[in-house]
Design a protein around this ligand. Structure first.
Ligand SMILES: [Zn+2]
Length: 397
């Protein structure tokens, strides 16, 4: 089994190892060394990156025998390559991971909430709490406690413990592993079984900030950031909020209220517009009906509307029903989208569906419906007029 140097020293950035094997794998070479400082993906923490010999590390993972496998794209020349850890990435992981230990213990201490899952992503980390709801006050309490522990700069230590001593340790979460366990302790606060990489003093975490919560599978997922990620998240939030506030020419603090006001205003305007559209559709229907040619005892209304949607066309059709016997062949275009709606009064018996299917071919689209009312759409907006004429010819023949 590969000796894991990061167990004893997570600050080791470079090391020399003996290459034990090289095997082709996934279009690359899988290398096993006698020892390594590279952390393999496990326990919710992603793998380290960096260089091994003259090659970039693509992936680091564990095999079934407990070895650490380093995936590189080409064979390395040296039998005793030097490994170089991407320290920025590793240290970030150490901050987030140690922060997670604190946060999990804080939720247990303040709210008797157990952590059942952990994931460390590239922008934020999450823990899943064994509860179906959590209130803001509980979050505040846990966050406050965590940051106290951070600022007290407590020691973080690790050691290997034989299995018979494990029950006396009072682990935060029982371990499923057999044999000796690696125990990570945060001075007078948390004791966990963990194989990850951690900072050695809590102040180095730099702070823990809860970003949001959501319910996932009857649990609560808590998103948080530690260390430099706090700054990054703050900058990004600040930029976004500034952009919103600038749109409304208000200060950052007034932005949420201003957005809310805008939403209410939009709702009101949309309702007003609907009312006016209904009136306009009624007037248009009457006028279109008056001007339409009479064919076989009914009025044939054929009309193309610019920059309108099908909702407006449906209002016109509704209003046409109050006028008398009709066939309506209506089209509209908006933003590169061509739409057709054909309809007729209850007493008419033409097959509008068949006409519509033919017309839709012209606008390179498709549609369907019933004989009495059919609807379709396509993208050839310049063929709408031709599509309406075709439909008329088809119906009158
Ligand atoms: Zn850990």
């Amino acid at each position: 089994m590969t000796e894991r140097l990061y167990y004893n020293n997570s600050y080791l950035k470079t090391f020399v190892a003996k290459r034990l094997s090289s095997t082709p794998k996934n279009h690359g070479i899988a290398i096993i060394l006698d020892q390594t400082a590279f952390y393999p993906t496990s326990g919710g923490q992603p793998n380290d990156r960096g260089r091994l010999g003259d090659q970039e590390i693509l992936d680091v993972f564990e095999d079934d025998n407990g070895n650490v496998v380093h995936l590189v794209s080409h064979e390395i020349a040296s039998e005793q390559p030097t490994g170089l850890i991407d320290w920025e990435r590793r240290h970030d992981h150490m901050q987030q991971h140690t922060g997670q230990h604190l946060l999990s213990q804080a939720f247990l201490t303040t709210g008797r909430l157990n952590t059942v899952g952990f994931h460390l992503g590239s922008d934020y980390a999450t823990i899943d709490l064994d509860t179906d709801s959590i209130c803001p006050a509980q979050l505040d309490l846990a966050e406050k406690l965590v940051n106290e522990i951070v600022s007290e700069n407590r020691n973080v230590s690790s050691r290997i413990v034989p299995p018979e001593e494990v029950p006396q340790l009072g682990l935060r979460k029982e371990s499923q592993r057999e044999g000796p366990l690696r125990i990570v302790s945060i001075e007078d606060f948390d004791v966990s079984a963990c194989g990850g990489t951690h900072v050695k003093q809590t102040a180095e975490i730099g702070g823990v900030v809860i970003r949001k919560t959501e319910r996932v599978n009857r649990q609560v997922r808590v998103e948080f950031v530690c260390g430099n990620r706090i700054l990054k998240a703050h900058r990004s939030d600040s930029e976004n909020l500034t952009a919103v506030a600038r749109q409304f020419s208000v200060g950052l603090a007034e932005a949420p209220e201003r957005v809310e006001k805008q939403i209410q205003e939009n709702k009101y305007l949309r309702k007003k517009l609907q009312e006016k559209n209904r009136v306009l559709a009624g007037l248009l229907a009457r006028e279109l009906y008056r001007l339409a040619r009479e064919q076989q005892g009914l009025k044939l209304v054929r009309e193309l509307f610019e920059d309108e949607d099908t909702e407006f066309l449906k209002l016109i059709i509704q209003a046409l029903h109050d006028q008398g016997p009709f066939i309506a062949l209506l089209g509209c275009r908006r933003g590169g989208q061509a739409n057709l709606i054909f309809s007729q009064s209850a007493s008419s018996r033409f097959d509008l569906r068949e006409a519509l299917v033919e017309s839709c071919k012209l606008i390179e689209g498709k549609g369907g419906g019933a004989k009495s009312m059919a609807q379709g759409g396509g993208r050839k907006v310049d063929q709408l007029e031709a599509a309406l004429i075709l439909a008329e010819q088809k119906i009158l023949s």
